[in-house]
Design a protein around this ligand. Sequence first.
Ligand code: PAF
Length: 302
Amino acid sequence: MEKIMVMGAGALGSLFGGLVANAGYDVTLVAREWHVAAIRKHGLRISGLTEITVDVKAVTSPEAAEPPDIVFFTVKSYDTETAAKQLKPCIHEETAVVSLQNGLGNEERLSEILGAEHVLGGVTSYGALLKEPGHVAHTGVGDTFIGELDGEISKRALRICEILNDGGIKAEAVADVRKKIWEKLIVNAAINPITAIARVRNEGLLHGELRWLMEATAREAASVARCAGVNIDVEAAVKKAVEVATKTGKNESSMLQDIKRGKRTEIDAISGEIVRLAEKFGMEAPINKTLHALVKNMKYQA
Ligand code: PAF
C-alpha cells in the first residue's frame, strides 16, 4: 500500500488526510507542533458534514516520516518554496506530489525545486476550517480535479483520485488541470480581496457597487487567462463568480478571515499573479492591480 503524506496539514490537508486515513490508507500529516501534539494525544477529530475521530500519524517535519509515494501538498502559497526545499530530500524517484493550493504559480515553483516529473496540479472546492488543535470542521463538499501538467491522464493521476474516492472525496483526473486552476483563481480574485477590503460576507458582493466591482474583476482576470493561452469563456467566468458568491453568501472569505486574524493573506498568489502575467503579456490589469495594492497595504490588521 502507498505511503501518503500531507505536507502542510492545516484545515483542508487535515480533512483530506483524515478521510483517506479513515479509509484504511497509511497517512502521515506534516503539521504545526500544536496540531501534531493534539492529534497524537486524541486522534484527529473531524466534525460537521463528517463526524469521525481518526487515528492518523502526525509529525512536524517530513524527515520524521517514511519516504512517501504520494504527497498532498497543502501549504499556503507563500510557504511553497520553504516547504518544497524541506520535502526534497525526503522523496524518492517515483514520488508524486500533488499541489492542492490556492492561487497560481505553485506547480511551477514545486517543479523548479523537486523536478517537474514529480509534480501534478490539483484544485479543490471542498470546505474545511481548523476549529482548534486536532479538530477540523468539514464545512463543504465540492469538486476536486487532479491532472498532469502536460495534460496526460496518467495512471498515477487516476490512482490518486481512486484513493481520494475511497476516502469519500469526489475527485476526477482531468487533462486540463491548468484551466480548472484558473477557474478557481478567477473566483478567488473576484471575491476574496473585495470582501477583505469592504469587510463583508460573500453575499455583500451581490448588490450595488460591489457587484459591479466583483464582475469587473472577474472579467479582467478571465481576459488575462485568455492572453496566457487558457481557454476560458469570459462571461461564463463572471457568472461563476456571482454563483459562488451567492452559494457561499453567509461565509466570510478566507482572505477576510486572514485579515481579521492578523494573518498573512494569499493575495500575491491570487491578484498578484494575475497582474504579473498581464504585464508579461503586455496587458494592463488595473482592477486586480488596485485590489492587490490595497490588500498588501492592509498590513493584516486585526
Ligand atoms: O477562499 C474562499 O473563501 C473560497 O474559496 C470562496 C469560494 C471564495 C468562498 O468564500
